[in-house]
Design a protein around this ligand. Structure first.
Ligand code: FAD
Length: 380
């Protein structure tokens, strides 16, 4: 499609600013509307970006600025709570605070010429793609991009029957501790009662505990009880919790297991968590990939509907595969003691033989920004 088209991006989290930058790269006029006045800064938890997410950022010239805000660790290491090494892979990733990622992406979006309006929450879309906001203002555009996260409003505008996310049996709490951990690895320890994820950074060790629970937690977080969940485990988990001097907010993991049936309609499209909430792990990476692929399809396809169909055709298989992986990953963290014992016995074998190869689809993915995208005839 030609340059000079107008896009309205709803949501200024991860996917929103990346979509804005990618759309600016193809010459579109872009305004991002973000619900909160200022959700960026040193708030929230941390995320880690793998080679796939970083490669997608590189395609639109953002990789270096993002990587400079984080810590690159060369290894991914998995351990059991009994102290056994379950697996190790040279899968480098950059770990950074989500707030710093958002802050950096927004600055890059502004630099690219996009506008960002904060404190503007989408409530609905009327005739002629007229977006209506909670403050009473309205706006129109050729394309409305829903980068408005797991509880996306645009998802239900596109399809009023779209399913809603619900509690996925796991909550997380985390923080930063001065206690040192393995300096070279992003480490995941499957403990007897909860999973501990940790990453060393110059500011201290960032950690997140993932706690299985049939119902979401209520009341304030009990730090001592959280630490006690790791007392029976080998490794630094319990000490990390007890020595934490900077806490991140508790998060309840949500999922949409059946997926989102409809991603686009009449010049409106969803991406990132709005299209396929993943839970922790790869959600931000996929959000970045989506945004770049969407711009590529709009660049290379003559009309809107075909471009959005093309985007979905390219992204659906990958996000479906990732949703399956994320579901299995979550189940592994909420498994009972017997399943956990089997996992601890079998994982080292499978990890050594198959992990590098079988996870290549996840990390080696390329958005192919420089390649013209053409829709296969069967998809039109
Ligand atoms: C604890 C935790 C750890 C995680 N760790 C990782 C990790 O290590 N690696 C990884 O890849 N992913 C991780 N994720 C997942 C990742 O954070 C998400 O997948 C990613 O942020 C999705 O990006 P998004 O832009 O689609 O949505 P979001 O980042 O949620 O952004 C949505 C934005 O839209 C705004 N918004 C919402 N509704 C409206 C509205 N009506 N109008 C206007 N604006 C609106 C919100 O305020 C927000 O700014 C983690 C998630 C959690 C909870």
């Amino acid at each position: 499609m030609e340059a000079g088209m107008e896009a309205m991006v709803i949501g200024g989290g991860v996917a929103g600013p990346v979509a804005a930058i990618a759309l600016r790269r193809i010459g579109w006029d872009v305004t991002v509307h973000e619900a909160y006045a200022d959700p960026a800064g040193d708030v929230g938890s941390f995320v880690s970006l793998g080679d796939n997410g970083l490669r997608a950022l590189d395609a639109i010239g953002c990789r270096d600025a993002v990587a400079a805000r984080g810590t690159r660790l060369p290894l991914l290491r998995l351990r059991s709570g009994r102290g056994k090494l379950l697996g190790e892979a040279a899968r480098g990733r950059v770990t950074l605070m989500r707030g710093h990622l958002v802050e950096t992406l927004r600055a890059l979006a502004l630099e690219s010429g996009a506008r960002i309006v904060t404190g503007r929450r989408l409530t609905g879309v009327g005739h002629g793609r007229t977006a209506v906001f909670a403050d009473g203002t309205t706006a129109t555009a050729d394309l409305i991009v829903g980068a408005d996260g797991i509880h996306s409003r645009l998802r239900t505008v596109i399809d009023p029957a779209a399913p809603a996310a619900h509690y996925a049996g796991l909550w997380t709490a985390g923080g930063r501790s001065p206690h040192p951990v393995d300096p070279d690895a992003f480490t995941i320890t499957f403990g007897a009662r909860a999973t501990m994820v940790c990453a060393p950074t110059p500011a201290g060790t960032l950690w997140a505990a993932q706690v299985p629970s049939p119902a979401p937690p209520t009341g304030p977080l009990d730090h001592a009880a959280l630490a006690a969940l790791f007392d029976a485990d080998h490794g630094p988990a319990a000490t990390l919790v007890r020595t934490t001097d900077h806490w991140h907010p508790r998060t309840v993991m949500q999922a949409l297991p059946a997926g989102v049936p409809r991603w686009h309609r009449d010049g409106m499209v969803v991406l990132g968590d709005a299209a396929h909430p993943m839970g922790a792990g790869q959600g931000a990476n996929l959000a970045v990939e989506d945004a770049v692929v969407l711009a590529r399809c709009l660049r290379d396809t003559p009309d809107m509907d075909t471009a959005l169909t093309h985007y979905e055709t390219l992204r659906r298989p990958r996000t479906t595969q990732m949703l399956k992986f994320a579901g299995a990953n979550r189940d592994a963290k909420i498994s009972g003691p017997v399943t956990a014992r089997i996992r601890d016995l079998t994982m080292p074998f499978f990890f050594r033989r198959f992990a590098a190869k079988s996870s290549a689809w996840m990390h080696d993915y390329d958005v192919e920004w420089n390649k013209a995208s053409t829709l296969p005839p069967s998809s039109t």
